[in-house]
Design a protein around this ligand. Structure first.
Ligand code: C5P
Length: 220
């Protein structure tokens, strides 16, 4: 553990997509690479934090110097997060699947040769950010959520912050033309009690460093 302003603090970070199985060989996922969450975990560790990094099956290499917990599904991610608490701060950068397949098959689904189509039945996944934000006992002092939006970014993210009960929301525009999802850069708006602060477009590593510094300042 490095020396720095976060020495002695435990910070939890979620990252990456989740995979929700359809059958043993198929799943539902999303385009999250895990790059921003990984950069945040690195930046927090560089400031001296003890970091627990709960990640879905992400493309990017895992950060060094942090405790990595690998999960597949949203429900596994929630269990891992609950098991990792207490924490001084928690950053929820994972792109958690909103729905899982309730009638996932235990064996590989096959075509029946008559053109029948499978019917997937969906169930809503637990909202990990909202669950932790609303904990009555042992809630981290600072809970940071992300909001990936394609329209009305600040308005939607401000509403999301209220709805979920987190302290800060880091909002970004993931419209395909921005190249942010899967890219090296991010342009975020950070929404706190004090309002919305737009940060210039910069590398995901720089966003992570600035966010880690803000977290260190907030935790004192
Ligand atoms: O509702 P939405 O998915 O846009 O919210 C995004 C924020 O909520 C992110 O911080 C994400 O990590 C978190 N989230 C979560 N569990 C879910 C869905 C989203 O922790 N099931």
């Amino acid at each position: 553990i490095a020396d720095g302003p976060l020495k002695g603090k435990h910070v939890l970070v979620t990252s990456g997509p989740t995979h929700e199985p359809i059958d043993p060989v198929r799943y539902i996922a999303n385009r999250s690479s895990g790059a921003q969450g990984t950069a945040i975990a690195r930046a927090l560790a560089a400031l001296g934090a003890r970091v627990t990094f709960v990640t879905g099956p992400a493309d990017v290499a895992r950060p060094e110097g942090v405790q990595v917990i690998e999960v597949q599904t949203a429900r596994e991610m929630l269990a891992a997060v609950q098991g990792a608490l207490p924490a001084d701060a928690a950053v929820f950068a994972a792109a958690v699947a909103d729905w899982r397949v309730e009638n996932a098959s235990g064996s590989k689904m096959k075509k029946d040769g008559k053109g029948s189509l499978p019917e997937l039945v969906f169930a809503e996944n637990p909202d990990i950010l909202a669950t932790v934000s609303r904990m009555e006992k042992g809630r981290p002092a600072l809970v940071v959520g992300f909001a990936a939006e394609t329209d009305d970014v600040v308005e939607n993210a401000t509403a999301k912050r209220k709805r979920k009960g987190c302290d800060w929301i880091v909002a970004n525009d993931v419209s395909p033309e921005t190249g942010i999802m899967g890219g090296d850069e991010n342009a975020v708006v950070v929404i706190t009690d004090d309002g919305a602060e737009a940060w210039p477009r910069m590398g995901k590593d720089q966003v992570a460093q600035r966010l880690a510094a803000a977290i260190a300042e907030a935790l004192g």
